[in-house]
Structures are given as C-alpha cells and as structure tokens.
Design a protein around this ligand. Sequence first.
Ligand SMILES: O=C(O)CCC(=O)C(=O)O
Length: 269
Amino acid sequence: MIGSDERNQLMRQGWLVVPEVVPRVLCESVINAIEVFLNIRSDDPATWYEHPPSGHGIVPLHHDQALWNVRQYPAIHEVFADLYSTKELWVSMDRVAFKPPVSGWESQVEVDAFHWDGDPTSEEFSLQGLVYLRDTPPELGAFSCLPDIYSRLDNWLLHNDPKSLRSSSVNFPKKVIGASAGSLVIWHRRMPHSSSLNLGLVPRWVQYVTMDYSEAAGMQRHQRTRDFIERRPPAWAIRQNVVGQQVPEPGPNVELTSLGRKLVGIDGW
Ligand SMILES: O=C(O)CCC(=O)C(=O)O
C-alpha cells in the first residue's frame, strides 16, 4: 500500500523505490527467459559478451510468459493504482535488460547519457518504472537520475535547451539508486535519467514495467490487443530496431489472468 507520503515523495524528489514488490521466483523466471533469448548463462562470464551491447543492455524481448507474469502480478498494479489514484490502468509492454560488468565494451556505446523519454515540458502526471530482477547495489550499473534538475525543471527549461542536458548534466549530482531483487524503481517522466556503468562482478538484470491511465491519449485499445495477440513489440520499440528484435516474437501464446486481460485492454475495467 502506497500512501500519500510516498506519493508526495515521488512528486518532490522525482523517484521512489518500492522494496521487494515482485517475488524472487518470478524475477528468476524472467532472467531465465533472457538467458534463453541471448543464449547466455548467468553464472558463466564467458557467455556474457557475445552480443552487441547497447547502452542500458537492452534486450528486445517483450512477450515471454515470464515477463507477463511480472506485469500482471497484482502487487505491481496495486502500487501504480495507489500512485495514479485509480485502478483503471494499462501496463506497458516494455522490454528487459542485461548489463554485464564493464570489460571494454562500454567504450563503444553511450552508457551514461542522461535523457528524458518524453517531452520534459509536459505537465502530465506520468510514471516510468523498472524491476530489479536480482539484488542491484549502486555499483552494479543501477538506475541513475538528476533530482536537482527535476526539482527545478521549469526554471531549468527557461534557461536551457533540453538538448543541452547531456553536457549540463555533469554539473549536477547524480543519484544512483540500488535496491534488492524484486524492488520497483519508479520515476516521474520529467526526471532526467540513465543507467550507470556496471562496475560490479555480476550482470545487472532489469525488467521495465510501468502503467498509465487506460485509454490515455495515443494508446489505442485495438492496437494494444493486436500487439499482445500477435506478439508484436510496441510500435516505438519496432522503430528503435534494437539488434535481435523479431517482429512478431516467436513463442507460445501467453496466458493472462483476469487482471492481466484488463491491464492489456482486452477487457474493460
Ligand atoms: O536501465 C536503466 O537503469 C535506465 C533506463 C533508461 O534510461 C530508460 O528507460 O530510458
């Protein structure tokens, strides 16, 4: 249960950690799906570096049953329902990430570029989130953000072009947010964010999950239902064309609970 204190904290500081929302067994199933997809082994470093890396270690997998079991896990919905003050939400069909410890590959990609995924000038209340699938201390490439820019964003935008974020971000303290397996890290869409270098000894594993008002602008029910049934990544993910993306994604049909059907948009609330 998220109370007004946590909601206020999220609004004020731009981020919130809800500890251990998802059971470890569900997290491990997602890790297993990533291992199968990438043909890697979590406990075998020799397999970690065979794939072309991308900034946060994005893995273009969206429709595995294990990912859906996390998305339709009731406690995740409860957290977002408390934050949005309505249970009538749709879940994102976002992907997962696998980021091995630094080993030279990180020099080829921009791993630390702070950004917004949407328009930072928008006043809309909209959240983003991820679940750490294993314990993720800060040095393990944890989520990072710039609360000082967030807290004075309107003023910052008056004096800065959003495109300058990359260069100006060096002047602001970076908050690196570690948490235990199953924890949900949520941030306001106006928070500049990134992930940090994995300076640990083991990979970082993440599933991106968020929710938004159902019927929110731009989110069409028939498109979502079709994406789900046809195992298609969301259109924005197809546009990004991450290496290894398959459209549609192969695999057996996903089973949804009655909550899951509502979170997709197949059934109404
Ligand atoms: O993976 C992370 O920690 C940050 C992800 C990110 O930057 C994003 O979702 O846009």
